[in-house]
Every structure is written in structure tokens, then in C-alpha cells.
Design a protein around this ligand. Structure first.
Ligand code: ARG
Length: 563
């Protein structure tokens, strides 16, 4: 039951509906500490209507409100504090969790509507950056949240596999390329060429013209250019796939920028028909003055297309293919201007569905306070981060639980989980400085801490070795258990908030909170003592394992049974 709603209904009835339950519900708070009750209503908002002091209103109402379902209802100054009845509440919540299992918290917000998610989208011939990692794990978690709320996410890896940079790469390869080196270590070698190209082009600007000529050849389907490009692309994709496999992320589509190469003519045609293209210094632009945005450059003076030209074609393609309810782009906040332009141009084209396009931005990762840059060779290699994290996890397990059977597998889940969780636990817009020590820290508010809490609860259940049939009533009025029970009850609302805000951190913070509450409970109670509440305590432990595991799953993190 939704207790907030129930309280709002009761108050509305008690004041003869002079305020609606919705108005009241909007003001009901959850007090900071449990000694102030589970919900609190500030009586101020009734003072004008009832022409009385809030304190007096609070007292009158307490006398009037029916008490059942509550342990007590108290007036404290101008507040009314509601204490839920622990028996009733715990029985209801444990029943819900145990019968629904991993489906607890499932709800229908999406009516099966399609939601393409543009995510990860690294650039070929370059290492996958920390920014792409962020996009991958945030996008993946949003996809899981959408599924849980009955949307149909479509995960699209919009590979950066087209553009003038491939002219540069081909030119660089023609000058310094070595086939064996590329085969041996494709990404690092190609990156080296790319960085070297920029150093040389600073001295010799003619190189840029040569690069442009190669890209032109590529666009025109020249065989040599195409073969080199395809080779770079497939080597890159192999490398990306390895990382996705490590992270446990899968995609529904790899239609990247090159896929839209033959779909841009239509966009340009449409823009022309609608009289939106204007010439400016030989180039074709769309004026976006009335949106307070810079003009969108659609065609260069040499006829070359741009990033936004391809994104326009991709947006239209996605609309036609998926008839989407929303279309999401999980891309760093530095591209906010680009997505504003994209939406504005589509709006100008008369496409109202552009309102359903949403850029989901996220903050920057720096290193030592400095911006990372592939071009300057200042990169953190994701594969190293993952390997280091797994190694560290292995060492920890080796020290703590040397007899664990599947150590390597668990170390993988814990190490990779630590990296993912670290990325997701902060509000996505926060910038953060990357510090490997911090990422692989296992104590405090970390993924391994949540995983460890789950494993500990699993071990209690193993020790108890007792059936917890779902058709029985379990109730706990133990005050030590209350925080955990309340949090278990909050899970569905937490899922809703996370998906509505496209904010996986809501789930990560919740998981930490729940793990902490449970660890406190564990420290203060003898769960396995043989008394009449043992089954109920175990029912709560089991519910906890279900909800922690499901929270981690929504983040893309595994929950090993033992670690
Ligand atoms: N490849 C781009 C980059 O690395 C990100 C692409 C984002 N998606 C999009 N539809 N523009 O910066």
C-alpha cells in the first residue's frame, strides 16, 4: 500500500476536503530521523483555510484521525508525525518482496513504448575513453530501468566511424604505416599515427589538404580508401567488443555514422524544400537565431557533410524505424550545444517528435585536475583500469577467503563491479577526477561493499538452511529491523524516481543505504537465534538479498553469492 497516499486521504477527509488529497500528499515529508516518525505533515498549509494556529490544527487533527494501521500519530509543534504499525507494514512488504522476487518493483510506466538509447558510441581507431565508459554504463543502467518500468529500450552504439579524421588516419598510414604493427596492437598503433599526424600537421599544414583528399576518396567509394577504412573499423570493433564483454553490456544495433552516409541526401533535400538552408561563406547553414543558438553548419563549402548532418539523418531514421516514445542520447555535457541544435533543426523541419528527443548529459572525468585528450595522448586506458581492478579484487579475496571455489570469476565480478559502481554512484552531472586507488577501494560507499553485504546475507541464509515459504505471514516489530524494512518498502518508488530522472545514482545511493541499514541490523541482532521470530528475521534477510541483487542488476553489477 502507498502509505503516503493513505495519510493524505485521511487528512483530506478530516478537513472535509477543503484541500485535496493530492495537495496534501505533495506536502507530506519523510522525516530525517525515524524518531520523528515515518511520515510527517506540516499543518501550516491548513492555517489559512481553517483560520487557526498550526499547532492547534495539528492537535485537533491527531484527535480526529483514525489510528488503525499506525503505531501512533503525534502532534509535535505544527507537525503531525505518523508512525506506521510495524507488524502490518513489515508483513505487507515482506510478502510483496518474497512473492514478486526479482520482479519486485516492476511497474508499468512505459506501455511497451520504444526508447532508442544512443550510448557508448566510441570513435574507431581510438581507445575507448573514460567518457565512453560513462556513456556505456549510464546508458546500460537506464536501459535496465526502462525495462523494469515496461518500456522497450533499444541500445544503439552509434560508432564514430565516419568523418574527416579518417582522411587523416589514411594519410598517416600511407606515410608511416606498418601492417604488422597495426595487426599486432591495432588501437595503440592507430592512435600513435593519429597523434603523430597532428604533430606533423601543425608544422606542415599541407598534410591537412592531403587528409581531406583521402576522405573525399573514401566518400566517393575509392577502393584503397574503403579497404583501409574497413580494416581500421573491424579491428576497432573487435577491441570495443572485448571491453563490452568485460562490462557485460550488449547492444541491439551498431549503426554508426557511416551507416548514414547514404541517408544524408534526403535530409539536405528536405531542408532545401522547407527553405531552411542558407548560404554563408560558401557553406550551407540553418539559422537558429530564434532559439538563441549558433547556426547549424550542414554542408561545408566543399560539399562535405558534418557530424550534425549525420545526426539529423540518424534521428529521422530512428523515428521511422522505432516510432519512439522517447529517443535518448547519453553523451557528455560538452555536447549539449550540439543536441540543442539538433533538436532545433528538427523542430524547424516541422517534426514535433523532436520534443521526445532527450540529451542525457553527464560530467567530465579529469585526471590530476586536467582534461583528458586523445589528441594530446593524455588518455586513461579503460582496459588497464578494468584489469587492475580485477587484480586487486583477486588479491583481496585471496586474503579474506582463500578457499573460495570460483575466485577468478568472483574477482572479475567484484573488480568490474567496482569500476561500474564508482561511475554510477555520483549524480551523473558531477565531474570527477579519476583516481584508480579510489575506484578499487572496497570499503565505504563502494560497489564491493554492497556486493559484500549481499554475500553476507546469503551466507546467513545458507547457515540457517531453512525454507521461507512465500504463503506464510512474516511480521517484525523489532525496532532494529525497521530502517531496513522501510527501505525495502521504498524500492518501487526509488525505481520510479531513477527512471524518471534518468539517474542511476538514485539506485546506487539506495543500495548503499540499504546495505548500511542491514549491516547495522546484523551487528545488533542475533538473526539465527531459535525463537518465534526467527522465520520472520530470515524472511527479511531473504528479501534484502532479493532487493540488493536487483538494485545491483539495474546498475549492471553482478551480485556473487559468496566472496
Ligand atoms: N562519437 C561521438 C564522440 O565520441 C559520440 C556520439 C554521440 N552520439 C550522437 N548521436 N552524436 O564524441
Amino acid at each position: 500500500m502507498d502509505y503516503k497516499q493513505k495519510i493524505a486521504d485521511l487528512i483530506a477527509a478530516a478537513v472535509d476536503n477543503q484541500l485535496t488529497a493530492d495537495q496534501i500528499s505533495a506536502k507530506i515529508e519523510v522525516p530525517k530521523t525515524l524518531d520523528l516518525g515515518d511520515y510527517a505533515f506540516p499543518a501550516f498549509m491548513l492555517a489559512k483555510i481553517l483560520r487557526k494556529a498550526p499547532q492547534a490544527i495539528a492537535q485537533d487533527l491527531v484527535a480526529k484521525l483514525p489510528q488503525d494501521g499506525f503505531e501512533k500519530i503525534e502532534a509535535v509543534g505544527p507537525y503531525i508525525n505518523f508512525f506506521l504499525d510495524k507488524q502490518t507494514y513489515s508483513q505487507e512488504i515482506l510478502q510483496n518482496v518474497l512473492t514478486a522476487g526479482a520482479h519486485y518493483g516492476d511497474q508499468n510506466l512505459g506501455d511497451q513504448g520504444n526508447v532508442p538509447i544512443d550510448m557508448s558510441s566510441p570513435n574507431i581507431a581510438k581507445p575507448m575513453s573514460m567518457g565512453h565508459l560513462r556513456s556505456t554504463v549510464i546508458g546500460n543502467s537506464i536501459a535496465e530501468l526502462l525495462k523494469k518500468t515496461n518500456y522497450k529500450p533499444i541500445k544503439i552504439d552509434y560508432l564514430g566511424d565516419w568523418g574527416t579524421q579518417f582522411g587523416k588516419l589514411i594519410q598517416a598510414y600511407k606515410m608511416w604505416g606498418n601492417e604488422a604493427d597495426v595487426k599486432n596492437d591495432p588501437i595503440n598503433t592507430l592512435l600513435k599515427y593519429y597523434v603523430h599526424f597532428h604533430e606533423e600537421a601543425d608544422k606542415d599544414p599541407e598534410l591537412n589538404d592531403k587528409a581531406r583528399a583521402w576522405f573525399k576518396k573514401l566518400q566517393d567509394g575509392d577502393q584503397e580508401a574503403t579497404e583501409l577504412w574497413q580494416w581500421f573499423r573491424s579491428e576497432s570493433l573487435n577491441y570495443f567488443m572485448k571491453i563490452y564483454k568485460e562490462l557485460g553490456v550488449e547492444f541491439d544495433s551498431f549503426n554508426g555514422e557511416s551507416f548514414f552516409n547514404d541517408k544524408m541526401d534526403e535530409i539536405i533535400e528536405l531542408l532545401r524544400e522547407k527553405n531552411l538552408l542558407k548560404e554563408s561563406q560558401g557553406a550551407q547553414i540553418v539559422d537558429l537565431d530564434k532559439y538563441d543558438l549558433n547556426p547549424a553548419l550542414i554542408l561545408r563549402s566543399d560539399g562535405g557533410t558534418l557530424y550534425i548532418t549525420r545526426d539529423l539523418a540518424a534521428a529521422l531514421y530512428r523515428y521511422r524505424t522505432y516510432n519512439f516514445k522517447q529517443s535518448l542520447y547519453v553523451v557528455g555535457s560538452e555536447q549539449t550545444g550540439h543536441f540543442q541544435q539538433l533538436k532545433a533543426v528538427l523542430k524547424e523541419m516541422g517534426y514535433d517528435w523532436s520534443d521526445d528527443i532527450k540529451h542525457i548529459p553527464f560530467g567530465l572525468i579529469t585526471s590530476g585536475g586536467k582534461k583528458l585528450s586523445t589528441r594530446k595522448g593524455r588518455v586513461i586506458l579503460l582496459e588497464n583500469v578494468l584489469n587492475d581492478a580485477v587484480d586487486l579484487a583477486y588479491k583481496q579475496i585471496e586474503a579474506k577467503n582463500p578457499d573460495l571455489a570460483n575466485k577468478q570469476e568472483v574477482a572479475h565480478d567484484v573488480g568490474v563491479g567496482a569500476v561500474i559502481f564508482h561511475d554510477l554512484k555520483n549524480d551523473r552531472m558531477n565531474n570527477f577526477d579519476f583516481d584508480l586507488e579510489e575506484v578499487v577501494r572496497f570499503e565505504g560507499e563502494t560497489g564491493p561493499y554492497v556486493q559484500y553485504s549481499h554475500a553476507r546475507a546469503m551466507s546467513i541464509l545458507r547457515k540457517a538452511n531453512m525454507d521461507i515459504p512465500t504463503d506464510q505471514a512474516y511480521a517484525l516489530d523489532d525496532p532494529e529491523a525497521w530502517e531496513t524494512l522501510r527501505l525495502l518498502g521504498d524500492f518501487p518508488a526509488t525505481v520510479k524516481r531513477a527512471v524518471e530522472e534518468y539517474e542511476p545514482s538514485v539506485i546506487a545511493k539506495y543500495a548503499i543505504h540499504l546495505a548500511k541499514a542491514f549491516n547495522k541490523y546484523y551487528a545488533h541482532s542475533r538473526i539465527l537465534t531459535d525463537d518465534e521470530q526467527k522465520a520472520s528475521r530470515l524472511a527479511m534477510v531473504k528479501s534484502l538479498t532479493i532487493v540488493l541483487k536487483e538494485s545491483l542488476r539495474l546498475l549492471g553489477v553482478q551480485a556473487p553469492d559468496e566472496m
